[in-house]
Design a protein around this ligand. Structure first.
Ligand SMILES: [Zn+2]
Length: 83
């Protein structure tokens, strides 16, 4: 039992080289395919800054007129429609 012969070591080295080559070509492909810049008109808020969260439901007291403009009191209109 000699463990690895010099020949099998060479084979392993060869495989390593090939794998490195494949990975290098893969990386190069991805680098060329991936867009480095965002397309024109791409909204900036998607690109990093979080979107401003606008609450759909305003804070209205139940006895105040409904913000939807129905003229009814909030509690009798959209109060229950809220999620
Ligand atoms: Zn309403």
């Amino acid at each position: 039992m000699n463990g690895f012969s010099s020949e099998s070591v060479n084979v392993i080295e060869e495989m390593k080289k090939r794998r490195e080559q494949i990975q290098a070509s893969k990386a190069a492909k991805e680098a060329t395919q991936a867009p480095t810049r965002l397309p024109k008109g791409f909204p900036r808020f998607i690109a990093g800054t979080p979107m401003p969260i606008t609450r759909v439901a305003p804070k209205v007291k139940p006895n105040e007129p409904c913000p939807c403009g129905s003229g009814r009191k909030f509690k009798k209109c959209c109060w229950r429609k809220q999620p």
